[in-house]
Write a protein that binds this ligand. Structure first.
Ligand code: ARG
Length: 589
């Protein structure tokens, strides 16, 4: 299916044609078209070309303009400055292009012709542990990347690399053996995520206390680790209980986050146990890893500790145990060889960047990664409190993710309730539903709207504000359009390219035109914050448009229909864009 070309790409093409007509050996030169404040677009590419041809840029620019035949897209091209082109398009070209986009279910977003298979590693909490804001970031950013990549035609495999293996399970399982009813549920009724987490928490604390104070328990716990690793049935069955109990909790949080996490995609660390020995064997036999003081290590020229000595990646410890690295290396083999990935994307805290740098480099040396199969860590920064310090409660404890989400929902529900009036007339149930969608949307948007690698402040007041760069602002823009459409009577959104456009209509239209290019760029760069920025600008253009251009009270029926057409396409674009970020757009607010 051919995609609908944007107006920007049409203009770009006309200029490129003009360039090669004027200067035949400039066939491959890029006109470097940009949106501009002075005109609709500016092209800066002639400067570089003139330099290459050792010619006068203004003369060359004039020649290019003369070589472009009269047409109904370009209204005016003016040579300015040292040799820029300022380009104004016709009103009809804007509306015609948007009409073609409106007729396309994908709103003109092109499929990526070079699409492959991406495995995304995201939303990876740890068994028997509370989820914190770091897990929120991975889940939110990862889920957005899943949607964005799938929308551009990529085959996406989701992997939730949960922490479900390690020596701490010896202690937990041993404690459960000695206190067999600690994970029992009081009633037959379904356990809530909260209950599941609180019994896990209790058990974790009690077993840790015993482990630290009772030498004999410690010995029994260590022996239990050996049983677990040896695959002893009773021990494995108890381990499974911890995993299942934790999943009840994880799923309740993901559910609150309005996120669709599927059980089949949860492949935790334990899922690679069968591959660990072989991974080590391959690395050792190929010489990628070497024995050093009994441990199997990979060394790097550029990774050194503070003392200047090299810091290796330890694939197998001297006691024979495998760690985080062996698991990640095995996961790479699985994803490349079995899942046939062409890209591996890891949405993980920036504090693990050194780990991934070493793991990726090792995989490259082993030949698992290469020019055809690439790995990338979409690293994210730390969530800070209002005071700019890592987010903690007043008591200095890590903040529980669930508490944060509940507070966000409460705050948002208040906002919705306050804005409600006789005209909107939301029922109590709608207030509650919208409150959840706005509260969760606010948390996700705050996370997604700054570049991932930067730290960001978790500030609920700012997040649920109706003004400024928030999801609430965008959601209200959407709901306002829906309200106008409901009141439009028999006026139907219809494109009228014959009409002259007001400046705010042109600005809105030209921004709408950029949607496809924006999504493509966001997918290519793994940069969801650029989609957030695009949507915020779109909502801002809409606000300016409302101030200057009455819709239902427009002068003529044609103008009314054309403006309805513009806001309808805006609403669809906002809805689609927010959906890609995992954020809902309530119909009535
Ligand atoms: N469970 C880990 C944590 O909480 C994140 C896992 C990241 N993914 C990976 N393949 N190592 O820090």
């Amino acid at each position: 299916m051919a995609s609908v070309p944007s107006l920007a790409s049409t203009v770009q093409q006309r200029l490129a044609d003009g360039l090669s007509a004027a200067v035949p050996d400039a066939a491959s030169a890029d006109p470097l078209l940009r949106r501009s404040d002075r005109a609709d677009f500016q092209a800066n590419g002639i400067l570089a070309l003139a330099k290459r041809l050792k010619g006068n840029p203004r003369e060359l620019a004039t020649k290019v303009v003369e070589a472009i035949p009269a047409n109904d897209v370009l209204k005016e091209i003016e040579v300015s400055g040292p040799g820029f082109l300022n380009i104004t398009v016709t009103d009809a070209a804007i509306i015609d292009t948007l009409a073609a986009r409106a007729a396309d279910a994908r709103l003109g977003v092109p499929f990526n012709e070079a699409a492959g298979t991406t495995v995304i590693d995201y939303a990876q909490p740890n068994v028997a542990k509370e989820m914190h804001v770091g897990h929120l970031r991975s889940a939110v950013i990862g889920a957005a990347m899943v949607e964005i990549l799938e929308f551009t035609g990529e085959t996406v495999v989701r992997r939730h690399h949960i922490g479900d293996w390690g020596t701490q399970f010896g202690m937990l399982i041993q404690y459960l053996i000695e206190h067999p009813h600690e994970l029992d549920h009081s009633s037959e009724a379904e356990v809530s995520g909260e209950e599941a987490m609180s019994s896990l928490n209790r058990l974790y604390k009690a077993s840790r206390a015993l482990f630290d104070s009772d030498e004999e328990f410690k010995t029994r716990a260590r022996a239990r680790v050996v049983d677990l690793q040896a695959g002893d049935e009773e021990t494995l069955a108890l381990w499974q209980r911890f995993v299942d109990e934790s999943k009840i909790y994880f799923y309740s949080v993901f559910d609150k986050l309005d996120m669709d996490i599927r059980d089949g995609d949860v492949v935790g660390e334990s899922g690679y146990n069968d591959m660990l020995t072989e991974t080590c064997r391959i690395l050792e036999e190929s010489g990628v890893a070497v024995r050093s003081e009994g441990a199997l290590c990979v060394f790097f020229d550029d990774v050194k500790g503070p003392d200047g000595n090299p810091v290796p990646l330890i694939v197998q410890k001297s006691d024979g145990g495998f760690g985080y690295a062996a698991t990640d290396l095995s996961a790479i083999r699985d994803r490349v060889q079995n899942l046939k990935a062409t890209s591996l994307l890891y949405v993980v805290d920036a504090r693990q960047s050194l780990h991934f740098k070493m793991v990726f480099e090792t995989a490259r040396r082993a030949g698992w990664l290469n020019d055809e199969v690439k790995a990338h860590q979409l690293a994210f920064g730390t969530v800070l409190g209002k005071d700019g310090k890592p987010f903690k409660t007043r008591e200095g404890e890590t903040v529980r993710l669930v508490d944060l989400l509940d507070e966000a929902i409460d705050r948002a529900t208040e906002v919705v309730r306050e804005k409600n009036n006789e005209k909107i007339a939301l029922t109590e149930q709608e207030i509650v539903e919208n409150g959840a969608q706005i509260g969760i949307g606010a948390v996700k948007y705050a996370d997604l709207s700054t570049s991932a690698v930067r730290d960001y402040k978790f500030d609920l007041d700012q997040m649920v504000s109706l003004n400024g760069d928030t999801s609430v602002y965008i959601q209200y823009a959407y709901a306002r359009i829906q309200s106008i459409k409901r009141n439009a009577g028999d006026a139907v959104p219809t494109a009228h390219p014959e009409l002259e456009l007001a400046p705010a209509e042109r600005a809105l239209g030209l921004h709408l035109d950029q949607f496809g290019a924006a999504v493509a760029e966001v997918a290519e760069e793994y940069a969801p914050h650029k989609l957030a920025a695009y949507l915020y600008q779109l909502a801002s253009h809409l606000t300016a448009f409302y101030d200057q251009c009455p819709v239902l009270k427009a002068d003529t029926q044609e103008q009314r229909e054309n403006r309805l057409f513009l806001i309808d396409l805006t609403a669809r674009t906002l809805h689609q864009g927010m959906a890609l970020l995992g954020i809902r757009t309530p119909e009535r607010l």
